[in-house]
Write a protein that binds this ligand. Structure first.
Ligand code: SF4
Ligand code: SF4
Length: 284
């Protein structure tokens, strides 16, 4: 994303709109400017504000005149009065920023918008997580924080070292140069995105071990990590094994979602178990 300095009138309306705090008024040029390294190409500034197409010379003159008479001319707060934002064509590897940060952009590897994962919400028909298994969604970053791929790699490497495989349909797995080692493509490592999800699954008994790895690695990365752990419920909609494990190892958790038959029906035989139950176990 760029701001055209010939159009910007430095009204500052766009500054609070950016979820990464990447826009600032540069005092040297007296125009809004984007910190290119921090911008995650989410397009919120471009799409989230009305573009007024007023003449910049006229707006600047009115603002100067208003200042002389000690009153302020400010456009509506959700408006860029001069349509100064310019959405650039991106080149690799910067393209990944937009794919992972702009919810309207489709992820080519999965055909899904945004971070590009169906997670385990469709487990009732996808059967990705079976009885006796735990599925994990490990979510990196948040608006205001973001995440660089090098920090995701720190965690994926550690999981791979423990012999844990990655969900092949997940976009982060697609960007790995070596899923067996958890290595991501080297030219991506400095790219910053709003958030991403890594998906894995293990036998149920390994839940404490996996959470310990994530807990330990979360202290070595410059971002925030949230973990969802899912398992299948029994035919009564109950689940005890995962709750007991989390409880035993001191994780306070919340039964967060019980998804009933989300996703398209498949021809595969439905398993007798009921729904998929996701717990959120905060990393301490
Ligand atoms: S809203 Fe538009 S004119 Fe105002 S500071 Fe931002 S880019 Fe410049
Ligand atoms: S594209 Fe997103 S991150 Fe970049 S400047 Fe605009 S709002 Fe901020």
């Amino acid at each position: 994303m760029q701001i055209d300095p010939h159009k910007c009138v430095a009204c500052g309306n766009c500054i609070p709109v950016c979820p990464m705090g990447a826009i600032y008024i540069d005092p040297a040029i007296r125009r809004a400017t984007i910190n290119y390294d921090e911008c995650v190409e989410c397009s919120t500034c471009y799409r989230g504000m009305s573009q007024e197409h007023l003449n910049p010379v006229m707006v600047r003159a009115i603002r100067r005149l208003a200042k002389m008479f000690r009153f302020r001319f400010e456009p509506e707060p959700d408006v860029c009065p001069t349509a100064a934002f310019v959405m650039e064509e991106l080149a690799w590897p910067r393209t990944v920023r937009r794919v992972f940060s702009d919810p309207l952009v489709e992820h080519k590897s999965t055909g899904i918008h945004g971070r590009g994962t169906e997670e385990v919400k469709t487990n009732d028909v996808a059967h990705r997580v079976s009885v006796g298994e735990a599925g994990y969604v490990i979510e990196f970053g948040r608006p205001g924080v973001g995440v660089r791929f090098r920090d995701i790699q720190k965690v994926t490497r550690e999981l791979a070292r423990a012999g844990i495989g990655f969900e092949p349909k997940n976009p982060i797995t697609h960007l790995m140069s070596s899923p067996s080692t958890g290595d991501l493509q080297p030219d991506l490592l400095n790219e910053k995105i709003l958030s991403a999800i890594v998906e894995i699954k293990t036998e149920l008994g390994r839940v404490p071990e996996v959470l310990e790895i994530i807990d330990r690695m979360s202290k070595q990365v410059d971002t925030v990590i949230a973990v969802g752990v899912s398992t299948r419920c029994d035919e009564n909609g109950e689940e005890k094994a995962l709750s007991a494990l989390l409880d035993e190892h001191g994780y306070s958790f919340h039964r967060a979602k019980t998804n009933l038959g989300l996703g398209r029906a498949t021809n595969r035989e439905q398993k007798p178990e009921g729904t998929s139950d996701q717990h959120l176990a905060p990393v301490r």
